[in-house]
Design a protein around this ligand. Structure first.
Ligand code: ADP
Ligand code: MG
Length: 304
């Protein structure tokens, strides 16, 4: 188990994280979300032992993770961290980068392992290409493969798919998280993408103003967002009198109701339209299976 106890940290005067505590079970997938600048990357770096804490302690099992004041080499050997700004060796190939930290003692096993990792990141055909010739997204995939090459016990991923295009992102995400679960690798992901969290995380925390604003299973936080910040992470939403926060997909057009809205605009979203309408002088968003004409009146009902 990873344990963060009463962690406080500041780069300068202003505390970035204040009295933060949480724990992550072995093999669990854990997400850290929050607005840009809320301290997600800082938290991952602290777990990796990059900086000394101002207060508090971090443990993996019974080992305390210590900062540079107490450790010559940053990063415990059972842990890997894939930074937002990943650094690879540009002048050697993809396969060589992935194998860089693997032992040469069993060359055949090393090659099998590299092939397995190339499969996970879907870059098999790039094995012999030099890293400097890859796109940003491809480099990010190589950085992930290199981090899991030696099967760490804990993997820290900072915005792991941020450079990867939609064509590849979905299947890569499924591959990687499935692989980590199979190997029982504990994984902490800092992200601003709900798709990294909803299908893959066992638990999540929301950072806001140096504190943990909310914590729970993604399903719980999605279903009962305590506030607008949390709702906005997941989806388009409204604040409706007597109902509180209502996602656009929870409002449905019905024959008659006491929520009468006038359509302003329809946005095509592929499998549905997002409709912007006026409800008693306030903007309301709802989903509908067809485009609606601007100016018409609709009645809305709330689906729980
Ligand atoms: P996030 O990853 O959630 O976007 P960060 O952890 O990168 O947030 O940053 C949190 C805050 O700490 C920001 O206000 C940022 O400007 C500040 N910060 C990050 N790194 C440093 C640093 N090396 N020195 C000083 N301030 C920093
Ligand atoms: Mg960050």
């Amino acid at each position: 188990m990873l344990q963060v106890n009463n962690l406080t940290f500041q780069y300068k005067k202003q505390p970035i994280l204040k009295d933060i505590s949480f724990s992550v079970k072995t093999g669990e997938h854990f997400s850290v979300i929050g607005e840009s600048g809320s301290g997600k990357s800082t938290l991952l770096k602290l777990i990796y032992g990059t900086f000394d804490l101002n207060e508090g302690h971090i443990f993996w099992k019974e080992n305390e993770i210590l900062g540079p004041k107490y450790n010559l080499i940053i990063g415990p050997k059972y842990m890997k961290y894939v930074a937002q700004e990943f650094d690879l060796m540009p002048f050697i190939t993809v396969a060589e980068n992935i194998g860089a930290f693997l032992s040469n003692f069993y060359p055949e096993e090393k090659q099998t392992r590299i092939q397995e990792l190339l499969d996970v990141i879907e870059l098999t055909s790039y094995a012999n290409i030099k890293v400097k010739e890859l796109s940003g997204g491809q480099k990010q995939r190589v950085a992930i493969a290199r981090a899991i090459a030696k099967q760490p016990e804990v993997l820290l991923l900072d915005e792991p798919f941020s450079h990867i295009d939609n064509f590849k992102k979905q299947s890569l995400r499924r591959n990687l998280f499935k692989y980590l679960k199979e190997k029982n690798i504990t994984c902490i992901v800092a992200t601003h993408d709900k798709d990294d969290v909803l299908s893959f995380s066992d638990h999540m925390i929301v950072l806001h103003e140096a504190k943990i604003m909310a914590t729970g299973k993604p399903q719980e936080l999605y279903k009962n967002p305590e506030n607008k910040l949390i709702a906005s992470f997941f989806d388009e939403f409204n604040e409706i009198e007597n109902h509180g926060i209502v996602y656009a997909n929870q409002l449905k057009v019905v024959e008659n109701s006491n929520l009468k809205a006038t359509v302003k605009q329809s946005f095509y979203k592929g499998s549905y339209y997002l409709i912007e309408a006026d409800l008693d002088g306030k903007k309301v968003l709802f989903e509908h299976d067809a485009e609606l004409q601007t100016g018409i009146n609709t009645y809305l009902s709330y689906l729980k």
